[in-house]
Design a protein around this ligand. Structure first.
Ligand code: ADP
Length: 460
């Protein structure tokens, strides 16, 4: 059954809010923004059809996390659906459940599905149940230092401590011996508690210098599921992605197919609905292991959109309305129908200072000039001349996504765009990104997740 939406509230801010307003606009749906006190002058709220202040007496982050206030506002404004974007409430099971309870469509998987997959340990078990390889590790959170030591002795160092509720690389520690383990266990637990409110920590074997390969999935409400191929997200700093591209040039066709098939197996096992990503690590011998599932749209969805031509955010909205993948509206008639073409690279331009350990910079942007042109897509957040960058939020300013028939040309376009971008008044990571794009290992598509850490010259 199709339930046409008239109004969608976006429970988010910045570039992803704008991205979703644009999809709403193209689908003829009214977009509703929410914004905090600190975001009164932010660009995103002016891009929606309507915008409302929330969290009047709350802090800048808390405003976007107040489930009851957001749902009450949505009910008052006659909203049919809420899109959570990424971060904030996007993986919050209680939020999805409350939306379901009051009859507002949560644009994403069901609360039950999120509960099953959002937690890293649960999703690893779901993968093991369908025969997909995972990194050896414990099957439930570690409760004491002694338990951690016992497991480490069993599987051998190095190991990795991870927050079960983790995200953004937080609550994660590499541990190379028992001494380190004792202090890291405590600090990982504290960090996880602070960041996610849950301090469950688990352990798995640490893979040296793997590649991060992830698969984009789309599923509808009728158990049709397709994958939109993979992305290589190995260019990371402190386990956080910096540059992403597709296809992953270093993979053979057989390896790519095997990883995409495994992603489908996991998604099918839970009848996954909406857009989601299954993340894998590939070790230096070419073995792949599932690490986690992200039940939401991701920052780097743009590269997949560029090569497949499929609008992932529009698809999420159409799926939530009840359209099937093979409907005329979505137009994905079968897996074979997904035919990626060319290469795409996304760079995350942030207001971080690479010469000062990537500390987020704040202040007024005096000059803001972007570099678009053929083969470049820009997804902007709060970048404009005169904008004030506050210290409260994510430092992502704009994403540049290139597309070309060859990887070499996609690199050239990304470089050209980065060099054309002129931002003054605030520090950015543009020069650092240019150094990465110019690096011969990057040009070969051969970087692993330690690439940035092993190349201090990139910071000059
Ligand atoms: P988050 O949810 O915080 O982003 P992930 O589980 O997705 O955390 O992992 C983020 C990154 O951390 C991976 O892309 C990889 O670089 C690194 N990582 C995670 N698990 C391992 C592991 N077992 N061995 C080596 N690196 C890992």
């Amino acid at each position: 059954m199709i339930k046409k939406f008239k109004r969608i509230l976006v429970a988010n801010r910045g570039e992803i809010a704008i991205r979703i307003f644009r999809a709403c606009n193209e689908l003829g749906i009214r977009s509703v923004a929410i914004y905090s006190n600190e975001d009164k002058c932010s660009l995103f709220r002016t891009k929606a059809d309507e915008a409302y202040l929330i969290g009047k007496n709350k802090g800048p982050i808390e405003a976007y996390l107040d489930i009851d206030e957001i749902i009450n506002l949505a009910l008052k404004k006659g909203v049919d659906a809420i899109h959570p974007g990424y971060g904030f409430l996007s993986e919050n099971v209680e939020f999805a459940r409350k939306c379901e309870e009051v009859g507002i469509e949560f644009i994403g998987p069901s609360a039950a599905m999120m509960d099953q997959l959002g937690d890293k340990i649960k999703s690893k078990i779901a993968a093991q149940n369908v025969g997909v390889p995972t990194i050896p590790g414990v099957e439930k959170p570690i409760t004491s230092e002694e338990e951690a030591v016992r497991f480490a002795e069993l599987c051998g160092y190095p190991i990795m401590l991870k927050a079960a509720a983790g995200g953004g690389g937080r609550g994660m520690r590499i541990v190379r011996n028992e001494n380190e383990l004792l202090s890291s266990f405590r600090s990982a637990k504290n960090e996880a508690k602070k960041a996610f409110g849950i301090d469950d920590i688990f352990i798995e074997k640490y893979l040296e210098s793997p590649k991060h390969i992830e698969v984009q999935i789309l599923g509808d409400k009728y158990e049709n599921i397709v994958h939109l191929y993979e992305r290589d997200c190995s260019i990371q700093r402190r386990h956080q992605k910096v540059i992403e591209f597709t296809p992953a040039l270093s993979l053979t066709k057989e390896k790519r197919d095997a990883i995409c098939d495994d992603a489908l197996k996991i998604a099918r096992a839970v009848n996954y609905r909406s857009a989601g990503t299954l993340e894998f690590l590939v070790d230096k011998h070419g073995n792949h292991y599932f690490i986690e599932m992200n039940p939401r749209v991701q920052v780097e969805h743009t590269v997949t959109e560029m090569t497949t031509g499929i609008d992932i955010v529009q698809s999420q909205i159409l799926i939530a309305q009840g359209y099937s993948l093979d409907s005329e509206e979505i137009g994905i008639y079968s897996q074979e129908h997904v035919q990626p073409r060319g290469f795409s690279i996304q760079c995350r331009i942030t207001t971080e200072d690479p010469t000062n350990n990537f500390a987020p910079d704040t202040g007024k942007i005096d000059i803001y000039r972007t570099g678009s042109g053929f083969g470049i897509r820009l997804d902007g957040g709060n970048g404009f001349t005169g904008a004030i960058i506050s210290p409260y939020y994510d430092s992502l300013l704009v994403k540049t996504t290139s597309w070309a028939l060859t990887f070499k040309d996609a690199v050239r376009k990304s470089l050209r765009s980065a060099k054309e971008l002129k931002i003054s008044g605030i520090k950015t990571n543009i020069d650092f990104l240019i150094n990465v794009l110019n690096h011969p290992t990057f040009k070969e598509g051969e970087c692993n997740t330690n690439f940035i850490a092993e190349h201090p010259e990139l910071f000059n």
